[in-house]
Design a binder for this molecule. Structure first.
Ligand code: 1CP
Length: 335
Protein backbone atom coordinates (compact mmCIF):
# COMPACT_ATOMS: atom_id res chain seq x y z
CA UNK A 1 0.00 0.00 0.00
CA UNK A 2 2.16 2.85 -1.25
CA UNK A 3 -0.44 5.50 -2.10
CA UNK A 4 -0.32 7.89 0.87
CA UNK A 5 -4.04 8.79 0.71
CA UNK A 6 -5.28 5.20 0.45
CA UNK A 7 -2.89 4.33 3.27
CA UNK A 8 -4.32 7.05 5.49
CA UNK A 9 -7.91 6.01 4.72
CA UNK A 10 -7.34 2.29 5.16
CA UNK A 11 -5.02 2.20 8.20
CA UNK A 12 -6.68 5.24 9.84
CA UNK A 13 -3.28 5.94 11.43
CA UNK A 14 -1.37 9.25 11.44
CA UNK A 15 1.46 9.56 8.91
CA UNK A 16 4.65 11.59 9.38
CA UNK A 17 4.12 13.50 6.15
CA UNK A 18 0.52 14.47 5.60
CA UNK A 19 -0.82 13.46 2.19
CA UNK A 20 -2.08 16.38 0.10
CA UNK A 21 -4.38 17.15 -2.83
CA UNK A 22 -6.81 20.00 -3.57
CA UNK A 23 -10.46 20.12 -4.47
CA UNK A 24 -10.73 21.79 -7.90
CA UNK A 25 -6.98 21.33 -8.42
CA UNK A 26 -7.67 20.60 -12.09
CA UNK A 27 -9.04 23.51 -14.08
CA UNK A 28 -9.92 27.10 -13.33
CA UNK A 29 -6.65 28.68 -12.10
CA UNK A 30 -4.01 26.98 -14.27
CA UNK A 31 -2.99 28.88 -17.43
CA UNK A 32 -2.54 25.58 -19.31
CA UNK A 33 -6.18 24.74 -18.47
CA UNK A 34 -7.44 28.17 -19.50
CA UNK A 35 -5.79 27.74 -22.87
CA UNK A 36 -7.70 24.49 -23.49
CA UNK A 37 -10.91 25.94 -22.04
CA UNK A 38 -10.80 28.95 -24.38
CA UNK A 39 -10.73 26.65 -27.39
CA UNK A 40 -13.59 24.55 -25.94
CA UNK A 41 -16.48 26.84 -25.02
CA UNK A 42 -18.87 23.93 -24.37
CA UNK A 43 -17.97 22.68 -20.89
CA UNK A 44 -19.97 19.42 -21.12
CA UNK A 45 -18.25 18.54 -24.39
CA UNK A 46 -14.90 19.25 -22.77
CA UNK A 47 -15.71 16.83 -19.94
CA UNK A 48 -16.72 14.27 -22.60
CA UNK A 49 -13.50 14.63 -24.59
CA UNK A 50 -11.37 11.88 -23.08
CA UNK A 51 -8.13 13.13 -24.63
CA UNK A 52 -8.53 16.62 -23.18
CA UNK A 53 -10.15 15.67 -19.86
CA UNK A 54 -7.39 13.13 -19.10
CA UNK A 55 -4.80 15.77 -20.00
CA UNK A 56 -6.44 18.34 -17.68
CA UNK A 57 -6.60 15.74 -14.88
CA UNK A 58 -2.82 15.32 -15.09
CA UNK A 59 -1.95 19.04 -15.40
CA UNK A 60 -1.65 19.77 -11.66
CA UNK A 61 0.54 16.66 -11.17
CA UNK A 62 2.97 17.96 -13.79
CA UNK A 63 3.48 21.06 -11.66
CA UNK A 64 3.08 20.05 -8.01
CA UNK A 65 4.02 17.08 -5.82
CA UNK A 66 0.43 16.10 -5.07
CA UNK A 67 -0.62 12.66 -3.81
CA UNK A 68 -3.72 12.37 -5.97
CA UNK A 69 -5.35 13.40 -9.21
CA UNK A 70 -9.08 14.10 -9.34
CA UNK A 71 -10.76 13.25 -12.58
CA UNK A 72 -11.73 16.32 -14.63
CA UNK A 73 -15.51 16.06 -14.86
CA UNK A 74 -18.44 17.59 -12.98
CA UNK A 75 -21.10 16.46 -10.52
CA UNK A 76 -23.70 17.71 -13.05
CA UNK A 77 -22.68 15.06 -15.60
CA UNK A 78 -25.18 12.76 -13.85
CA UNK A 79 -28.25 14.97 -14.56
CA UNK A 80 -26.82 15.28 -18.08
CA UNK A 81 -26.65 11.46 -18.28
CA UNK A 82 -30.30 11.41 -17.19
CA UNK A 83 -31.16 13.57 -20.21
CA UNK A 84 -31.72 16.83 -18.36
CA UNK A 85 -30.54 19.60 -20.69
CA UNK A 86 -27.74 21.62 -19.14
CA UNK A 87 -25.31 24.35 -20.12
CA UNK A 88 -22.62 26.32 -18.32
CA UNK A 89 -22.76 30.04 -18.96
CA UNK A 90 -19.99 32.50 -18.42
CA UNK A 91 -20.37 34.52 -15.20
CA UNK A 92 -23.60 32.65 -14.40
CA UNK A 93 -22.74 28.99 -13.86
CA UNK A 94 -24.88 25.98 -14.66
CA UNK A 95 -28.29 26.44 -16.27
CA UNK A 96 -30.62 23.43 -16.34
CA UNK A 97 -33.89 22.88 -18.20
CA UNK A 98 -37.00 21.73 -16.26
CA UNK A 99 -37.15 17.99 -15.84
CA UNK A 100 -39.70 15.65 -17.24
CA UNK A 101 -40.06 12.95 -14.58
CA UNK A 102 -41.67 10.52 -17.01
CA UNK A 103 -38.69 10.81 -19.39
CA UNK A 104 -36.17 10.44 -16.58
CA UNK A 105 -38.00 7.40 -15.20
CA UNK A 106 -37.72 5.72 -18.61
CA UNK A 107 -33.92 5.95 -18.82
CA UNK A 108 -32.11 2.67 -18.45
CA UNK A 109 -28.52 1.88 -17.54
CA UNK A 110 -27.45 1.48 -21.16
CA UNK A 111 -28.72 4.93 -22.24
CA UNK A 112 -27.01 6.46 -19.22
CA UNK A 113 -23.67 4.75 -19.79
CA UNK A 114 -23.82 5.56 -23.48
CA UNK A 115 -23.87 9.25 -22.61
CA UNK A 116 -21.15 9.08 -19.97
CA UNK A 117 -18.70 6.46 -21.31
CA UNK A 118 -16.02 9.06 -22.31
CA UNK A 119 -15.57 9.80 -18.59
CA UNK A 120 -14.63 6.18 -17.96
CA UNK A 121 -12.34 6.16 -20.99
CA UNK A 122 -10.66 9.26 -19.59
CA UNK A 123 -10.05 7.53 -16.23
CA UNK A 124 -8.47 4.58 -18.04
CA UNK A 125 -6.23 6.95 -19.98
CA UNK A 126 -5.05 8.68 -16.80
CA UNK A 127 -4.28 5.29 -15.26
CA UNK A 128 -1.94 4.52 -18.16
CA UNK A 129 0.17 7.63 -17.43
CA UNK A 130 3.25 6.72 -15.31
CA UNK A 131 2.81 9.93 -13.30
CA UNK A 132 -0.16 8.38 -11.44
CA UNK A 133 1.95 5.47 -10.14
CA UNK A 134 1.87 5.43 -6.30
CA UNK A 135 -0.77 8.16 -6.34
CA UNK A 136 -4.52 7.95 -5.95
CA UNK A 137 -7.01 8.75 -8.66
CA UNK A 138 -10.09 10.24 -7.06
CA UNK A 139 -13.44 9.55 -8.65
CA UNK A 140 -16.42 11.53 -7.41
CA UNK A 141 -20.16 12.11 -7.43
CA UNK A 142 -22.46 14.81 -6.14
CA UNK A 143 -24.54 13.63 -3.19
CA UNK A 144 -28.22 13.00 -4.00
CA UNK A 145 -29.30 16.12 -2.08
CA UNK A 146 -26.93 18.47 -3.93
CA UNK A 147 -27.94 17.03 -7.31
CA UNK A 148 -31.62 17.33 -6.37
CA UNK A 149 -30.95 20.99 -5.60
CA UNK A 150 -29.60 21.69 -9.10
CA UNK A 151 -32.19 19.50 -10.83
CA UNK A 152 -35.14 21.30 -9.23
CA UNK A 153 -33.68 24.77 -8.66
CA UNK A 154 -32.33 24.75 -12.26
CA UNK A 155 -29.36 26.95 -11.33
CA UNK A 156 -27.00 27.47 -8.41
CA UNK A 157 -29.01 28.08 -5.21
CA UNK A 158 -26.23 30.35 -3.88
CA UNK A 159 -27.86 31.34 -0.60
CA UNK A 160 -31.49 30.30 -1.12
CA UNK A 161 -33.68 27.65 -2.72
CA UNK A 162 -36.67 28.60 -4.88
CA UNK A 163 -39.79 29.22 -2.82
CA UNK A 164 -41.67 26.09 -3.88
CA UNK A 165 -38.70 23.76 -3.72
CA UNK A 166 -40.33 21.18 -1.42
CA UNK A 167 -43.85 21.47 -2.85
CA UNK A 168 -43.88 18.35 -5.04
CA UNK A 169 -42.92 15.60 -2.61
CA UNK A 170 -43.76 12.90 -5.13
CA UNK A 171 -41.22 14.36 -7.56
CA UNK A 172 -38.56 14.71 -4.84
CA UNK A 173 -38.93 11.15 -3.58
CA UNK A 174 -38.96 9.74 -7.09
CA UNK A 175 -35.86 11.71 -8.06
CA UNK A 176 -33.96 10.66 -4.93
CA UNK A 177 -34.59 7.00 -5.79
CA UNK A 178 -33.53 7.50 -9.43
CA UNK A 179 -30.41 9.39 -8.35
CA UNK A 180 -29.43 6.65 -5.91
CA UNK A 181 -29.65 4.04 -8.66
CA UNK A 182 -27.63 6.00 -11.24
CA UNK A 183 -25.07 7.37 -8.79
CA UNK A 184 -24.26 3.78 -7.83
CA UNK A 185 -23.81 2.93 -11.52
CA UNK A 186 -21.57 5.98 -12.03
CA UNK A 187 -19.49 5.10 -8.95
CA UNK A 188 -19.12 1.48 -10.04
CA UNK A 189 -17.93 2.45 -13.53
CA UNK A 190 -15.39 4.95 -12.17
CA UNK A 191 -13.97 2.28 -9.87
CA UNK A 192 -13.91 -0.36 -12.62
CA UNK A 193 -12.00 2.12 -14.80
CA UNK A 194 -9.37 2.76 -12.12
CA UNK A 195 -10.55 5.28 -9.51
CA UNK A 196 -8.98 4.28 -6.16
CA UNK A 197 -10.95 6.60 -3.85
CA UNK A 198 -14.48 8.07 -4.16
CA UNK A 199 -15.40 11.51 -2.83
CA UNK A 200 -19.05 12.47 -2.35
CA UNK A 201 -19.62 16.24 -2.67
CA UNK A 202 -22.65 17.53 -0.77
CA UNK A 203 -21.98 21.20 -1.47
CA UNK A 204 -25.46 22.37 -0.43
CA UNK A 205 -25.95 20.25 2.72
CA UNK A 206 -25.69 23.50 4.69
CA UNK A 207 -28.93 24.85 3.17
CA UNK A 208 -31.07 22.35 5.10
CA UNK A 209 -32.66 22.69 8.53
CA UNK A 210 -31.43 20.19 11.12
CA UNK A 211 -34.74 18.29 10.99
CA UNK A 212 -34.43 17.62 7.25
CA UNK A 213 -30.87 16.25 7.36
CA UNK A 214 -31.82 12.59 8.01
CA UNK A 215 -34.18 12.44 5.00
CA UNK A 216 -32.13 14.35 2.46
CA UNK A 217 -28.52 13.97 3.59
CA UNK A 218 -27.88 11.16 6.09
CA UNK A 219 -29.95 8.35 4.58
CA UNK A 220 -29.23 8.92 0.86
CA UNK A 221 -25.50 9.43 1.57
CA UNK A 222 -25.32 6.40 3.87
CA UNK A 223 -26.73 4.25 1.06
CA UNK A 224 -23.95 5.43 -1.27
CA UNK A 225 -21.22 5.12 1.37
CA UNK A 226 -22.25 1.53 2.08
CA UNK A 227 -22.22 0.81 -1.63
CA UNK A 228 -18.67 2.19 -2.11
CA UNK A 229 -17.50 0.20 0.92
CA UNK A 230 -19.03 -2.96 -0.57
CA UNK A 231 -16.68 -2.45 -3.55
CA UNK A 232 -13.72 -2.27 -1.14
CA UNK A 233 -12.80 1.32 -2.03
CA UNK A 234 -12.38 4.11 0.56
CA UNK A 235 -14.92 6.92 0.53
CA UNK A 236 -14.60 10.56 1.64
CA UNK A 237 -17.67 12.72 2.31
CA UNK A 238 -17.89 16.51 2.14
CA UNK A 239 -21.22 17.62 3.69
CA UNK A 240 -20.30 21.28 3.27
CA UNK A 241 -21.36 23.69 6.00
CA UNK A 242 -23.48 21.34 8.09
CA UNK A 243 -23.34 22.37 11.74
CA UNK A 244 -22.97 18.90 13.24
CA UNK A 245 -20.14 16.99 11.53
CA UNK A 246 -20.00 14.64 14.53
CA UNK A 247 -23.56 13.43 14.05
CA UNK A 248 -22.96 13.07 10.31
CA UNK A 249 -19.87 10.90 10.92
CA UNK A 250 -21.60 8.74 13.51
CA UNK A 251 -24.51 7.97 11.20
CA UNK A 252 -22.87 7.87 7.76
CA UNK A 253 -19.43 6.50 8.81
CA UNK A 254 -17.34 7.49 5.79
CA UNK A 255 -13.62 6.62 5.78
CA UNK A 256 -12.87 10.35 6.07
CA UNK A 257 -14.76 13.61 6.25
CA UNK A 258 -13.72 16.85 4.53
CA UNK A 259 -14.41 19.90 6.68
CA UNK A 260 -15.28 23.40 5.44
CA UNK A 261 -13.43 26.54 6.49
CA UNK A 262 -16.16 27.93 8.74
CA UNK A 263 -15.94 25.11 11.25
CA UNK A 264 -13.37 25.34 14.07
CA UNK A 265 -10.79 22.56 13.40
CA UNK A 266 -10.01 22.35 17.15
CA UNK A 267 -13.61 21.35 17.89
CA UNK A 268 -13.48 18.79 15.08
CA UNK A 269 -10.27 17.28 16.48
CA UNK A 270 -11.87 17.02 19.92
CA UNK A 271 -15.12 15.46 18.75
CA UNK A 272 -14.35 13.31 15.70
CA UNK A 273 -12.01 10.33 15.61
CA UNK A 274 -12.18 9.27 11.93
CA UNK A 275 -9.61 10.64 9.43
CA UNK A 276 -10.15 14.30 8.56
CA UNK A 277 -9.45 16.05 5.26
CA UNK A 278 -9.20 19.71 4.38
CA UNK A 279 -10.37 22.86 6.12
CA UNK A 280 -7.98 25.61 4.97
CA UNK A 281 -9.81 28.62 3.54
CA UNK A 282 -9.05 28.79 -0.23
CA UNK A 283 -8.84 32.58 0.18
CA UNK A 284 -5.56 32.17 2.11
CA UNK A 285 -4.02 31.16 -1.23
CA UNK A 286 -4.84 34.71 -2.39
CA UNK A 287 -2.95 36.32 0.52
CA UNK A 288 0.82 36.30 1.09
CA UNK A 289 3.24 33.48 1.88
CA UNK A 290 3.57 34.21 5.60
CA UNK A 291 -0.24 34.26 6.12
CA UNK A 292 -0.56 31.08 4.08
CA UNK A 293 2.16 29.37 6.11
CA UNK A 294 0.61 30.47 9.40
CA UNK A 295 -2.87 29.22 8.43
CA UNK A 296 -1.55 25.90 7.04
CA UNK A 297 0.45 25.38 10.25
CA UNK A 298 -2.74 25.80 12.28
CA UNK A 299 -4.25 22.74 10.58
CA UNK A 300 -0.99 20.76 10.67
CA UNK A 301 -0.58 21.35 14.40
CA UNK A 302 -4.16 20.56 15.33
CA UNK A 303 -4.12 17.31 13.33
CA UNK A 304 -0.44 16.45 13.98
CA UNK A 305 -1.10 13.13 15.73
CA UNK A 306 -4.18 12.28 13.71
CA UNK A 307 -4.83 10.68 10.33
CA UNK A 308 -5.16 13.87 8.27
CA UNK A 309 -5.21 14.60 4.52
CA UNK A 310 -4.23 18.16 3.73
CA UNK A 311 -6.78 19.92 1.49
CA UNK A 312 -8.95 23.05 1.44
CA UNK A 313 -12.33 23.90 2.94
CA UNK A 314 -13.73 24.36 -0.59
CA UNK A 315 -12.30 24.41 -4.14
CA UNK A 316 -9.24 26.32 -5.37
CA UNK A 317 -10.44 29.77 -6.51
CA UNK A 318 -10.04 30.81 -10.17
CA UNK A 319 -7.88 33.84 -9.27
CA UNK A 320 -5.29 31.70 -7.38
CA UNK A 321 -1.66 32.14 -8.38
CA UNK A 322 -0.13 28.70 -9.13
CA UNK A 323 3.07 29.90 -7.38
CA UNK A 324 1.15 30.00 -4.09
CA UNK A 325 -0.12 26.45 -4.64
CA UNK A 326 3.46 25.38 -5.30
CA UNK A 327 4.63 27.08 -2.11
CA UNK A 328 1.90 25.39 -0.04
CA UNK A 329 2.56 21.89 -1.42
CA UNK A 330 6.31 22.23 -0.76
CA UNK A 331 5.66 23.55 2.74
CA UNK A 332 3.39 20.59 3.62
CA UNK A 333 5.82 18.06 2.12
CA UNK A 334 8.82 19.54 4.00
CA UNK A 335 7.02 19.93 7.30
O1 1CP B 1 -16.23 27.69 -16.75
C1 1CP B 1 -15.40 26.82 -16.51
O2 1CP B 1 -14.21 26.86 -16.88
C2 1CP B 1 -15.85 25.60 -15.80
C3 1CP B 1 -15.63 25.68 -14.37
C4 1CP B 1 -15.82 24.30 -13.79
C5 1CP B 1 -14.83 23.34 -13.54
C6 1CP B 1 -13.35 23.47 -13.78
C7 1CP B 1 -17.06 23.72 -13.45
C8 1CP B 1 -18.38 24.33 -13.62
N1 1CP B 1 -16.82 22.44 -13.00
C9 1CP B 1 -15.48 22.16 -13.03
C10 1CP B 1 -14.82 20.90 -12.68
C11 1CP B 1 -15.22 20.21 -11.44
N2 1CP B 1 -16.38 20.36 -10.73
C12 1CP B 1 -14.45 19.21 -10.80
C13 1CP B 1 -13.17 18.70 -11.44
C14 1CP B 1 -12.06 18.25 -10.75
C15 1CP B 1 -11.40 19.18 -9.75
O3 1CP B 1 -11.87 19.26 -8.61
O4 1CP B 1 -10.38 19.73 -10.09
C16 1CP B 1 -15.16 18.81 -9.65
C17 1CP B 1 -14.75 17.82 -8.60
C18 1CP B 1 -16.37 19.54 -9.62
C19 1CP B 1 -17.42 19.38 -8.61
C20 1CP B 1 -18.56 20.31 -8.56
N3 1CP B 1 -19.24 20.89 -9.61
C21 1CP B 1 -19.22 20.70 -7.37
C22 1CP B 1 -18.84 20.20 -6.00
C23 1CP B 1 -17.73 20.94 -5.38
C24 1CP B 1 -17.99 22.41 -5.10
O5 1CP B 1 -17.31 23.23 -5.73
O6 1CP B 1 -18.88 22.71 -4.28
C25 1CP B 1 -20.27 21.57 -7.72
C26 1CP B 1 -21.24 22.24 -6.78
C27 1CP B 1 -20.29 21.68 -9.14
C28 1CP B 1 -21.27 22.43 -9.97
C29 1CP B 1 -20.63 23.43 -10.85
N4 1CP B 1 -19.77 23.12 -11.85
C30 1CP B 1 -19.31 24.26 -12.46
C31 1CP B 1 -19.95 25.36 -11.82
C32 1CP B 1 -19.74 26.79 -12.18
C33 1CP B 1 -20.77 24.83 -10.82
C34 1CP B 1 -21.73 25.61 -9.93
C35 1CP B 1 -21.18 26.06 -8.62
C36 1CP B 1 -22.26 26.84 -7.88
O7 1CP B 1 -23.43 26.44 -7.89
O8 1CP B 1 -21.90 27.86 -7.28
Amino acid sequence: MTNPITKCLRTKKPQDTKPIWFMRQAGRYLPEFRKIRKLNPNFINLCLNENLSSKITIQPLNRFELDAAIIFSDILMVPYGLNQKISFEKDFGPKLQSINIKQISDIDEIDFLNKLYPIYKSIKKVKKNPIIKNKDLIGFVGAPWTLLVYMINLCSPKKKLIKDFFKDQFLINRLLKILEKFLKIHIEQQIKSGATVIQIFDSWAGLLNEKDLPNYVYIPTLNLVNYVKSLDVPVICFPREIKNYKEFCEIVQPDAVNIDYNIDPKLIAEKITIPIQGGLNPKTLLSDKSTLKKEALKYLNIFKDRPYIFNLGHGVMPETDPMMVDYLVKFIKDY
